[in-house]
Write a protein that binds this ligand. Structure first.
Ligand code: TYM
Length: 326
């Protein structure tokens, strides 16, 4: 068995370019090397920790699967499955709960931000990072492609692996995060905040039409400077657009700034809009085709689960025996 690369995405609304640049694009690039096996899953259990409509959930799961496949996750190279179809994730999370302190979870910034945003936290939201650690460690994953916003959660997964190994004997590797250069993609309407499914106004969705993409980028909040310049701290809006341009065109922010030296914001924004619309064109065409063939999508998800399940079962058996369960 090759070492594993594992990552997940929540089905809670349409995917945006933050999800794409933070995780999906990396996952798509990584799957071309045959040094690893690749497991990508739809984190439906995680998505139950914030408000949702049960009537919409199954649609959202399918939509996330279609988005991942159309963005380039290739079922011949990567197993794609639904988290709740592998019961072992939640089972391992329970065991990890017993070696994770309240203090460790109370330090999690994402949790604190959600509470500060006015969400009434349920126990699942508090425990979210423990389930995430279980998602990763149930496959003894070595690498985890995620956006910068998940760094703290990944650190916790490493801590949990270390605590478990120390107490029960070496069982888990410490998984390493694989982060993009773009780090956080920020909201187009409030560039001090990350682009997030929970704040739709600032999102650029993978399914937005070329016209919509250009419109949204044209009206993205920037600043009163005249020339394109990169300074994420003091000029977050324009720097965010530079990051987006650099990531989609495969250059660095510095190269992008050079390329647009002397250009007005209006000219630069038009170029960003053109580029993003063009880059998402193939994804959108594939999406339209997959939407007509949901049976095929379900078949891919079943196949993915069949690939992942035996590995998850094996790890859980090992863990149960290590902690002394019969
Ligand atoms: P989710 O669905 O919130 O995000 C999915 C991926 O998109 C990245 N991302 C971003 N990257 C850059 N800029 C942004 N504005 C932005 N918004 C989202 C996230 O970092 C993530 O990589 N907790 C995970 C889901 C998960 C998971 C796991 C990931 C559950 N179990 C195990 C890895 C391993 C999450 O944030 O999903």
């Amino acid at each position: 068995m090759k070492p594993l690369i594992v990552s997940g995405i929540k089905p809670s609304g349409i995917l945006h370019i933050g999800n794409y640049l933070g995780m999906i694009k990396q996952a798509v690039d990584l799957q071309n090397s045959d040094k690893y096996s690749y497991f990508y899953f739809i984190a439906d259990l995680h998505s139950l920790t914030t408000k949702y409509d049960p009537k919409e959930k199954s649609k959202e799961v399918m939509e996330a699967a279609i988005d991942l496949l159309s963005a380039g996750i290739d079922p011949k190279k990567s197993a794609l499955f639904v988290q709740s179809h592998i019961l072992e994730h939640a089972n391992l999370a329970w065991i990890f709960n017993t070696i994770t302190s309240m203090g460790q979870l109370e330090r999690m910034v994402e949790y604190k931000e959600k509470v500060a945003d006015g969400q009434t936290p349920n126990a699942g939201l508090f425990d979210y990072p423990v389930l995430m650690a279980a998602d990763i460690l149930i496959y003894k994953a070595q690498k985890v492609p995620v956006g910068e916003d998940q760094r703290q959660h990944l650190e916790l997964a490493r801590d949990i692996a270390r605590s478990f190994n120390k107490r029960f004997g070496k069982t888990f590797p410490e998984p390493a995060g694989v982060y993009t250069k773009a780090l956080r993609v920020m909201s187009l309407s409030d560039p001090k905040k990350k682009m997030s499914k929970t704040a739709p106004a600032g999102c650029l969705y993978l399914s937005d039409s070329p016209k919509k993409i250009k419109e949204k980028i044209n009206t993205a909040v920037t600043d009163s400077h005249k020339e394109v310049g990169y300074d994420p701290e003091n000029r977050p809006g324009i720097s965010n657009l530079i990051n987006i341009y650099a990531e989609f065109s495969g250059t660095s922010p510095e190269a992008a700034v050079k390329q647009f030296k002397g250009a007005s914001y209006k000219e630069f924004k038009a170029a960003v809009g053109e580029l993003v619309a063009l880059k998402l064109q193939d994804t959108q065409e594939r999406k339209a085709n997959l939407e007509k063939d949901k049976k095929e999508v379900l078949r891919i998800l079943e196949n993915g689960a069949e690939t992942a399940r035996p590995i998850a079962k094996k790890t859980l058996e090992e863990v149960k025996s290590r902690v002394g369960l019969i």
